[in-house]
Design a protein around this ligand. Structure first.
Ligand code: XBP
Ligand code: MG
Length: 254
């Protein structure tokens, strides 16, 4: 049985409720490009089943606008739209408009004091991670994470386990010594298929996902004055996530 040494954090929906900012960034990009595409909340909830912004645009076109003719090679066109969208998203984050979810900063600071190793395992574009860590967590926060596994650094995005395999390989750790934090069924599947125990905090677009296989499902990580609600699993007498709770969860699930 491995002792818990390493925590692996998803970004969108886990560190912060970012998907509405992504959706607005996509829509502003489409408008600036002279396109009449508008992704409503309802449509975006369906499109979120496809991870990766470029893959999501491609799925949208294939599914809803199969006759769309791009003014250039379609992959280059999508890449151009996505680069513009990333610029809008990172500028929004840099303006300080994206708060971290409850308990995230408190728990990260506690895990660092406890000597646990930290990494990021996300589908999102690296520039988005840099902006969020710098502007919403701390100017030096990128250095808190030994590896930032993000975007197209792996061939297959979540729910494939590639990003978890990549980050654990870069850190030289085994799945048995890790615990993952996720918010979606895609993310949970990715972590579980990589053999990693996973704690889920549901987010605004994922609260109705199937979280079978999660060690614990909460509404958020909690604060001393703002306890979490257990959606499924057993958190004992804990009312907010601490290093002790993570260690209990890890030893119980190995
Ligand atoms: C969530 C995603 C990302 C974001 C959009 O990533 O699937 O695609 O929705 O970001 P995770 P990009 O939950 O793994 O952090 O447009 O940069 O992909
Ligand atoms: Mg996520």
């Amino acid at each position: 049985m491995g002792r818990l040494t390493t925590l692996l954090f998803d970004v969108d929906g886990t560190l912060a409720e970012t998907e509405e900012i992504h959706r607005e960034s996509f829509n502003r990009t489409f408008a600036q490009a002279g396109l009449d595409w508008v992704w409503s909340k309802q449509l975006y909830a369906e499109l979120l089943k496809v991870t990766g912004g470029k893959e999501r645009i491609r799925y949208f076109l294939d599914t809803y606008l199969p006759d769309f003719e791009a003014p250039m090679n379609i992959d280059a066109y999508i890449a151009g739209l996505h680069a513009a969208k990333t610029g809008i998203f990172t500028r929004t984050v840099a303006a300080g408009e994206v708060p971290l979810r409850p308990g995230v900063k408190r728990l990260l600071e506690e895990t660092r004091r406890a000597g646990l190793r930290l990494a990021i395992t996300t589908t999102t574009t690296p520039a988005n991670v840099t902006a969020l860590l710098h502007h919403s967590l701390s100017p030096d926060a990128e250095s808190w994470f030994e590896v930032i596994g993000a975007g197209s650094v792996v061939p297959a995005k979540k729910p494939a386990p590639d990003i978890y395999h990549y980050v654990m390989q870069q850190m030289g750790v085994s799945p048995a010594e890790c615990l993952a934090f996720e918010d979606s069924a895609n993310g949970l599947r990715s972590a579980r298929d990589a053999g990693v125990i996973t704690l889920v905090t549901v987010s605004e677009y994922t609260r109705h996902d199937d979280f079978e296989g999660a060690a614990l499902v909460l509404d958020h990580l909690g604060e001393p004055d703002s306890p979490f609600t257990v959606v499924s699993g057993d958190a004992g007498d804990s009312r907010y996530v601490t290093v002790d709770l993570l260690r209990e969860l890890h030893s119980k699930c190995r």
